[in-house]
Design a protein around this ligand. Structure first.
Ligand SMILES: Cc1cc2nc3c(=O)[nH]c(=O)nc-3n(C[C@H](O)[C@H](O)[C@H](O)COP(=O)(O)O)c2cc1C
Length: 192
């Protein structure tokens, strides 16, 4: 196994993706509200790369407003089938518009239309109102490609700290914390 913890995440992701019945890309994303309170929800992490872990969302959602106010976050994956937990913490930046365009273009058309139809995290009077809005955008873009809304795109979390946790017998789990030190990483084994 590689010792670069991002390469380790990639390897564990590939194993989980091959063996977990659930989507291995799902992770809990923790952000900080303007009043200092925590806020957590699941997202799908679409890229795990040397520069960081990327997910896509509405730039006017609560999570996005929280990230614009405090651009630091944590992600946590748990892969049941392989008994691995991964935590990654670090600064978050918007992905480039071209990367967001490329990912948006790869999504199913219904999801693209949904990005236009949903004012994510804002109050909604009824489900009917959402369905009607979806029908409106469907009619608007009928017969043409759906462009990426400016309010939809990616964020990349560049980890400065990564923890890998491996399920062990008798609750004697193995935990390894990796802290970024310039271009290198310092690894520490932690008690479970
Ligand atoms: C498994 C799972 C995956 C999800 N993936 C995403 C995602 O990739 N992007 C997203 O914006 N919301 C995703 N959601 C919905 C979020 O959990 C959340 O409800 C939504 O983004 C609004 O969060 P906010 O109000 O904190 O911004 C997902 C939900 C679940 C249960």
């Amino acid at each position: 196994m590689a010792t670069d913890p991002i390469a380790l995440i990639q390897e564990h992701f590939a194993r989980a993706d091959a063996s977990d019945e659930f989507d291995a890309s799902r992770a809990a994303l923790a952000t900080v509200r303007s009043d200092g309170q925590p806020s957590v929800r699941f997202v799908l992490v679409r890229h795990i790369e040397a520069q960081g872990l990327s997910f896509y969302t509405n730039y006017e959602s609560d999570k996005a407003l929280e990230l614009e106010g405090n651009p630091h976050a944590s992600l946590a994956f748990h892969w049941w089938a392989t008994g691995v937990q991964v935590r990654a913490t670090g600064p978050v930046t918007r992905t480039s518009p071209s990367q967001s365009d490329a990912y948006f273009a790869s999504r199913p058309r219904q999801s693209q239309l949904g990005a236009w139809a949903s004012d994510q995290s804002r109050p909604l009077v009824s489900r009917e109102a959402l369905v009607a809005r979806f029908a409106e955008v469907e009619a608007q873009y009928r017969g043409e490609p759906v462009p990426r809304p400016a309010h939809w795109g990616g964020y990349t979390l560049a980890p400065v700290e990564i923890e890998l946790w491996h399920n062990g017998d008798h609750r004697l789990h193995d935990r390894f914390r990796h802290v970024r030190d310039g271009d290198a990483w310092i690894e520490t084994r932690l008690a479970p």
